[in-house]
Write a protein that binds this ligand. Structure first.
Ligand SMILES: [Zn+2]
Length: 301
C-alpha cells in the first residue's frame, strides 16, 4: 500500500458581482476557483513538492472588487492560466491517490467539491480532509476553540516568520504547511518512522470526508388553513449525506419541534443512524396569501 501524503492547499476564488445573481445553471457553484496553491508533505511532514496555477474562470469572469482587494489580482489576470479541468488534472497527479487534503478552515475543500461537480469531473474519493485551523487550536493552543484563528495569528503564536505575502494561494499554502509542521514539532523524536506514526495519531481524530453532502434545502407550500408546526410534525426529512430518514430527537427542551420565533422560525434535531445529529431549521416566508416554509437540513461538523 502506498503511504498517505499530505497536500496543504489554498484556493482563491471569484464570485458574482455585487447585486448580481449567479446564473441559474451555476447556482451550485457560487465561488469559482481562480488560483490553486499546494505544498506536498511526506508522512514525516517534509516538503516533497509545490504546486501553483492560475485558473481561467468561465462563469465569473469579471473581478469582484472584494476579491481584487483581498488577493491583489486584476481582472486582466483572470484571462491568464488554464481552465479548471486541466489545472485540476495536474493538481490530482501532483497530490496523488492516497492523500490528506489539509487547509485553513473547511471552505477550500467545499469550494473544490462544488467546482469539480460543476465541471462534472471525477472526485478523488480516497482523499480525506483535515481542517488545519481546528487542528492548530486543539493541539497548539490546547483548546477546542471555536474562534476562527487567522493564519497570521497562528504564525505569531508559533513564532514563525511572516516573510511571504498574505492572501495569495501559493504563499498561504506555504504558511499553512509551516503551521502544520510547527504544531506537530513538539512531538518529534529522532526516528522518522516513529514520527509518521506519532503525527498520524494526533491527526486521525480530526480527519473528515470532504465529499459528503452536509446540507440541503427544501420548501413546503402552506395552504391558508395550515398550521406550520403541524405540517412540520407530519413531514419527514432525510440525512443530507445518505438520504436515510431522520428520526426527530425528543429532548426536554425541544420535545420534537421547538418554536424559535413565534409563527416565523422552528427548529428540530434529527438523528441519522450513520451520520449522527442533524439540525433542521424551518422559516416561514412569502406573503399573507401565499406562504411557504424554507427548510434547511444540515449535518454539523
Ligand atoms: Zn446519514
Amino acid at each position: 500500500m502506498s503511504k498517505t501524503t499530505f497536500a496543504v492547499i489554498d484556493l482563491e476564488w471569484n464570485s458574482a458581482l455585487p447585486g448580481r445573481k449567479a446564473p441559474k445553471h451555476a447556482q451550485d457553484m457560487m465561488f469559482e476557483i481562480i488560483e490553486i496553491g499546494a505544498v506536498r508533505l511526506s508522512p514525516e511532514l517534509d516538503v516533497t513538492g509545490t504546486f501553483h496555477s492560475n485558473v481561467r474562470p468561465v462563469i465569473y469572469r469579471r473581478m469582484h472588487r472584494h476579491v481584487a482587494k483581498l488577493t491583489g489580482r486584476t481582472e486582466e489576470s483572470l484571462r491568464s492560466g488554464d481552465r479548471f479541468p486541466e489545472v485540476y488534472r495536474n493538481m490530482r497527479s501532483f497530490v496523488g491517490d492516497q492523500a490528506i487534503l489539509a487547509s485553513w478552515g473547511h471552505s477550500d475543500p467545499e469550494v473544490l467539491k462544488s467546482n469539480i461537480e460543476y465541471f462534472q469531473l471525477e472526485k478523488p474519493t480516497s482523499w480525506l480532509a483535515l481542517d488545519l485551523q481546528q487542528f492548530f487550536s486543539a493541539i497548539a493552543e490546547d483548546t477546542p476553540s471555536k474562534d476562527q484563528r487567522s493564519v497570521e495569528f497562528a504564525l505569531d503564536f508559533l513564532n514563525l516568520p511572516k516573510d511571504l505575502p498574505f492572501h495569495e494561494a501559493f504563499s498561504d499554502a506555504r504558511y499553512a504547511a509551516r503551521i502544520f509542521q510547527a504544531t506537530l514539532a513538539p512531538f518529534k523524536v529522532s526516528s522518522n518512522e516513529e514520527n509518521a506514526v506519532r503525527y498520524m495519531k494526533k491527526i486521525r481524530p480530526f480527519l473528515y470526508d470532504p465529499w459528503v453532502n452536509r446540507q440541503y434545502t427544501q420548501t413546503l407550500t402552506l395552504e391558508k388553513k395550515d398550521e406550520p408546526l403541524e405540517i412540520l410534525k407530519k413531514a419527514t426529512f432525510a440525512c443530507p449525506a445518505c438520504d436515510k430518514k431522520l428520526k426527530i430527537v425528543h429532548c426536554p427542551l425541544t420535545s420534537g419541534w421547538r418554536v424559535v420565533k413565534q409563527r416565523r422560525t422552528w427548529f428540530a434535531s434529527g438523528r441519522c443512524t450513520t451520520h449522527g445529529r442533524c439540525e433542521i431549521l424551518a422559516k416561514r416566508n412569502g406573503t399573507k396569501d401565499k406562504s411557504y416554509l424554507s427548510i434547511r437540513v444540515r449535518l454539523p461538523r
